[in-house]
Design a protein around this ligand. Structure first.
Ligand code: TXA
Ligand code: MG
Length: 341
């Protein structure tokens, strides 16, 4: 048993006590408890297939405001509404688009978010005053059950402090937001491991606002070419566009002869894709996927960055990946982390 799972089980049997580390194993009873918290205007963290979310009642502006406070998140970053049924999309957005029907049918529940014109009922704090709202249906039993029990869409960003690494395990949430959240539902490790892909559809075009857990290629197979609008900006449409987003607390750079030389006297953590590519021994070495599987690599990415932090390496060097399939989302997160330093 590793330390993490010990911590989880310990916390599940003995809730609260010192640091409000309210981690409980997700089951009917604890999901109901989380639903009560959310309906009562509180915050509960829950697992999705991408990353853990910090959930609030998405139709309650005061509850949703607590999310920004807890994450120390700038107000200009709008939130995603999470729904439990495909048909609920029509309750919060206005659209008449065959392409959306097609994508929903194929990819929902799943790591795909749509930005669409919002209905009146969606509070401004959710959209940061935009006339559009982001909506997705997560592919996770616990998340779906929680939304159903709440009877309201759940507004949820990733359950981490703003700009920090996203959580893919309950213990990551406790580490980052332990004292800010009323309850953390533990549903195990997130299967996808990077955030959802965000699309915005215009009349004759589709824009990729954030590469994520569903690859651009898979979407293009269904609806044709997509334009990528991801850019580094200080006034982003999506916080994914902030240059320094998704950063570990330790400097991160890409693996090359140059960086190896530059940091030769430091305690280096090296992250390889499929196999160890360079000679020498390092303070810590990790392989994202020994099978060379991008899905597995994405699922391990944030977990390994969290581990490097725990191991207190001084610099993380990452082998660059091909920017195709899920490699695009992985490299997007890594480049932003690298730009912070
Ligand atoms: O996988 C995910 O999407 C996770 C899980 C918890 O569902 N959530 C997540 O939320 O990544 P967050 O808040 O970390 O990222 C939401 C993204 C932001 O980049 C935000 O700017 C964008 O969605 N977004 C939300 N509403 C938008 C809008 N109206 N227009 C453009 N971008 C929007
Ligand atoms: Mg986030």
């Amino acid at each position: 048993m590793n330390f993490n799972s010990f911590e989880v089980i310990f916390a599940a049997t003995m809730p609260v006590i010192n640091s409000n580390k309210m981690i409980v194993i997700a089951n009917d009873k604890t999901i109901q408890q989380a639903a009560e918290i959310i309906k009562g205007g509180g915050l509960a963290a829950f697992p999705t297939e991408t990353v853990y979310g910090l959930g609030a009642d998405g139709l309650n502006p005061i509850a949703s405001a607590k999310i920004f406070e807890a994450k120390k998140r700038p107000q200009f970053n709008p939130l995603i509404l999470h729904i439990a049924e495909r048909t609920s999309l029509k309750d919060y957005t206005v659209y008449n688009d065959e392409r959306i029907e097609k994508l929903i049918k194929k990819f929902w529940p799943g790591p795909l978010t749509f930005v669409l014109p919002k209905k009146e009922i969606v509070p401004d704090i959710i959209t940061s005053g935009n006339l559009t709202v982001a909506v997705r249906m997560p592919n996770h039993k616990v998340a779906l059950q929680l939304i159903e029990k709440c009877g309201t869409p759940i507004a949820a960003p990733s359950a981490n402090r703003f700009g920090h690494i996203s959580p893919t395990e309950a213990a990551h949430v406790a580490k980052s937001l332990g004292d800010k959240v009323d309850l953390i539902l533990d549903g195990g490790k997130c299967a996808v491991g990077v955030e959802s892909t965000i699309l915005q559809l215009a009349e004759d075009k589709i824009f990729l606002l954030r590469p994520g857990g569903l690859s651009k290629e898979e979407i293009e197979n269904e609806v044709g070419p997509i334009e990528t609008v991801v850019k580094f900006s200080d006034k982003p449409n999506a916080p994914g566009q902030l240059p320094f987003h998704y950063s570990p607390e330790i400097p991160l750079s890409f693996l090359s002869n140059e960086t190896l030389k530059k940091y030769s006297s430091a305690k280096i953590g090296v992250l390889f894709f499929k196999e160890k590519k360079v000679e020498g021994s390092f303070a810590s070495e990790k392989i994202l996927s020994a099978k060379g599987d991008l899905k597995e690599a994405a699922a391990n990415l944030f977990k390994y960055l969290h581990e490097f932090e725990k191991e207190k390496v001084e610099i993380i060097l990452v082998e660059p990946l091909h920017e195709s399939g899920l490699g695009l989302a992985i490299m997007d997160r890594l480049k932003r982390a690298a730009r912070r330093f």
